[in-house]
Design a protein around this ligand. Structure first.
Ligand code: ADP
Length: 375
């Protein structure tokens, strides 16, 4: 790693979206109005399933799509109508988009040559970025002589040399195999810390989002569901969509009715009315719905096998042993429930088991809206 990399931290800019909306010409509303502030030097990840509007949002920031309504500010300047080249941003795509007939050096230098920077400056910037990214030995090669990971490094290098005030990444690792993806993910994380640059990063991969993001924006159907730190979205999901999108296997969700005994609350599950789940927190922790109908959310790691008394009877349908841990696929009544725990003695499919949940860690959602009931 080079110590002489020209640091863009001096001009890392904030990005602000206020009510930013996109309706395509055919009437598709891809983004319904996003409010988001990316602070200078922050790495924010937009994550959500395919088609939720994350690329459209990023492309509006880049200037590759027009903005239908709302205001986009970069570094305190409204840029809605500014062409991409004038926004002081650099974008890294999934499909590296390198010029095949140019060497790595020429690819990285290209934008700087267009800007007519002095040759010595271009050389210094390209070599510093190449050193940071481990590309020094490859500078004279053509893209076809590089592996996928090396090509993606060149694409990132091409962004770095421009010293933009904001980096935009659109699924940059999706073309790489799993091992390379996690290696490049760590490199991008380290690069972010070294450069202190503002980065907006789009992915459909929850692991990338959880490990890279200072904050995560979870999107679904063109709307923002939640903006929070990785632990915030995991521990305090705003709704059942976020709760199930982040975490693998996903959170178990069981419908039931609330019961009060003074300040103590329990949930009588439809799947097993005979063993109410007692909540650790009193009613002051929750906004209780009039209907009393709730969805109880329990992550697989918050369930464990127990002996009898007060626990939920379930049928074991499948055991998956993953070396150090195991997933038990069970059914409580008719509802599928997954338990994650340390690998233990093997079970027999069809076996009757009892499940206990850590009631201090459960989530409650309104059955009608799916929104969290946590105050
Ligand atoms: P994501 O990046 O989350 O997969 P996109 O932003 O690419 O989602 O797309 C959001 C929605 O907008 C999708 O329903 C998609 O089909 C639609 N869409 C994307 N591009 C266009 C376009 N050029 N014209 C019309 N609809 C589009």
């Amino acid at each position: 790693m080079s110590a002489s990399l020209p640091g863009p931290e001096s001009h890392a800019a904030s990005v602000q979206l206020a009510g930013v909306r996109k309706a395509y010409d055919d009437g598709t509303v891809a983004v319904h109005g996003v409010d988001l502030t990316v602070h200078a030097g922050e790495l924010v990840v937009l994550v959500g399933p395919s088609g939720c509007g994350k690329s459209t949002t990023l492309r509006m920031v880049a200037g590759l799509e027009t903005i239908s309504a709302g205001e986009l500010t970069i570094g305190g300047r409204v840029v809605n109508d500014l062409p991409p080249a004038d926004r002081d941003i650099a974008m890294v795509f999934q499909s590296y988009a390198l010029y095949p007939h140019m060497s790595v050096r020429e690819n990285m230098a290209f934008a700087l040559k267009l800007r007519k920077l002095p040759t010595a400056d271009i050389r210094a910037r390209v070599e510093a970025a190449a050193s940071t990214l481990g590309l020094t030995e490859l500078l004279e090669r053509r893209p076809r002589q590089l592996s996928g990971g090396q090509r993606q490094r060149v694409a990132i290098g091409r962004a770095i040399v421009r010293e933009p005030s904001v980096f935009l990444f659109d699924e940059p690792l999706s073309n790489l195999d799993a091992a390379l993806r996690s290696e490049m993910r760590r490199e991008i994380g380290m690069l972010h810390r070294r450069l202190g640059a503002t980065m907006l990063y789009v992915t459909h991969d929850q692991v990338e989002a959880m490990t890279l993001g200072d904050r995560i924006v979870v999107m679904n159907q063109g709307r923002v569901c939640q903006i929070d730190t990785p632990s915030g979205v995991y521990d305090r999901p705003a709704d059942t969509f976020v709760a199930r999108f982040l975490g693998s296997p996903p959170m178990n969700i069981l419908a039931g009715s609330l019961e009060r005994d003074g300040d103590r609350l329990s949930v009588r599950l439809d799947a097993d009315p005979s063993h109410p789940v007692r909540l650790a927190e009193g009613s002051e922790a929750w906004r209780l719905p009039e209907s009393g109908r709730v969805l109880l959310g329990v992550r697989p790691e918050q369930l464990a096998l127990a002996d009898g008394d007060g626990s939920m009877p379930a049928t074991l349908e499948l055991e998956e042993v993953l070396g150090h841990e195991e997933l038990l696929h069970c059914r409580v009544g008719t509802v599928p429930v997954i338990v994650r725990g340390a690998a233990g003695p093997r079970h027999v499919v069809g076996e009757q088991v009892n499940l206990r949940c850590r009631s201090d860690r459960v989530h409650l959602f309104d059955e009608a809206t799916g929104k969290t009931l946590r105050r």
